[in-house]
Design a protein around this ligand. Structure first.
Ligand code: NAD
Ligand code: UD1
Length: 317
């Protein structure tokens, strides 16, 4: 039995993690519900949900001074790259400043912490063309989101080197699966796609907007593999002070992904072509050797993961 703080714990990745660890541990969640949803959570008796912002210093100070945590997962963020291009000041407060504040409060109050894990992003690599991306590859952040993630990640790791706080960072590639909220135009592309297929199957007139020509590719990683990675990183002592790519090591172009789902559902999704998004990365794929050294074994290729996602939404059997 341990005690966990999960910020952003009503969101996609945070709620999946919270539901998993709360079976055997005490969990406190902080989320402002800007993207997360309470219905993502199956709250047990040992889970406390606090609706509030990670930018609220009074709230964070109260939670960190009144509890002794074993693990802190800082997942709260404005997760959309495109949204950060629209609202750099607002997203900076959440994506960077909250991290520094949390680190300072951890230094002040959490003397017995086993691990703080920060969710960084593959976006930090930007468009430097060498693939696959290794943790030591060139960093070329293209957007406010990516700049904030890289700066925050470096602070997180430096708090280990400077003050001995046990920290690690994960650079997620493109995570997908149930609990991902498709309702914002800035939601993850697979959640939007599956929402459109669902509407199409129920007879609605829908279109999906593809930004660019669809040749851009991503390393899409299924949520179950991400939870496996988070738990390994949080529990392996050798992961302290280090960052890890979290992906599958394989990528797929959006066009091909859409064809695959079309075939699976025996449908043809109507597509509108829009302009490529500013700051969009062309190709992204992870080298996952470092994570594999912790015994990470991704179980779901894109076909398996998408199928599980479709089944969870009742779109196929
Ligand atoms: P998400 O939007 O589902 O989860 C983020 C959660 O943070 C949401 O529940 C939202 O309501 C909450 N939140 C936002 N602002 C907040 C604030 N000021 N105070 C408190 N809560 C706030 O996104 P996700 O996909 O679960 O992402 C989790 C983390 O992983 C984020 O840090 C994101 O940047 C990072 N990440 C995600 C991906 C991906 O592909 N999903 C890839 C790389 C990194
Ligand atoms: C995603 C994550 C980001 C993470 C990064 C790591 C989300 C919302 N974004 O960013 O948090 O740090 O991976 O690699 O989870 N697209 C369309 N139509 C749409 C939506 C998107 O064509 O309706 C395209 C985009 O232009 C892009 C691709 O799909 O080329 C993926 O977009 P998106 O899912 O937003 O992910 P990233 O920008 O890669």
């Amino acid at each position: 039995m341990g005690k966990y703080l999960i910020t952003g714990g009503a969101g996609f990745i945070g709620s999946t993690l919270a539901n998993y660890v709360s079976k055997q541990n005490e969990v406190i969640i902080i989320d402002d519900l800007s993207m997360g949803k309470l219905e993502n959570l199956s709250l047990g008796e040992t889970t406390v949900f606090i609706e509030g912002s990670v930018t609220d210093q009074t709230l964070l100070e109260k939670v960190l001074s009144e509890n002794e945590f074993d693990y802190i997962f800082h997942l709260a963020a404005v997760a959309s790259v495109a949204d950060s291009v629209k609202r750099p000041l607002e997203t900076h407060e959440v994506n960077f400043e909250s991290v520094l504040m949390l680190l300072e409060l951890t230094r002040k109050y959490q003397g017995n912490l086993k691990r703080l894990v920060f969710s960084s992003s593959a976006a930090v690599y930007g468009d430097e063309p060498t693939l696959p991306k290794k943790e030591e590859s060139v960093i070329r952040p293209l957007t406010p989101y990516a700049v904030d993630k890289f700066a925050a990640e470096q602070y997180v790791l430096n708090y280990n080197h400077l003050y001995g706080i046990p920290t690690s960072a994960v650079r997620f590639f493109n995570v997908y699966g149930p609990n991902q909220n498709p309702e914002s135009p800035y939601s993850g592309v697979i959640s939007i796609l599956i929402d459109r297929y669902k509407k199409l199957l129920s007879g609605e007139n829908v279109n999906f907007t593809l930004f660019g020509d669809g040749s851009q590719s991503r390393d899409f990683v299924f949520i179950d593999d991400v939870i496996q990675a988070l738990l390994l990183v949080a529990n392996e002592v050798s992961a302290i002070g280090t960052q890890f790519n979290v992906g599958t090591g394989k990528s797929i172009a959006l066009n091909k992904l859409i064809n695959t789902i079309d075939k699976e559902l025996d449908l043809k999704l109507p597509i509108d072509y829009g302009n490529e998004r500013i700051g969009d990365i062309k190709d992204s794929v992870a080298d996952i050797s470092r994570l594999k050294e912790l015994n990470y074994k991704p179980q779901n290729g894109i076909q398996d993961g998408v199928k599980k996602y479709l089944i969870s939404k009742g779109l196929c059997t």
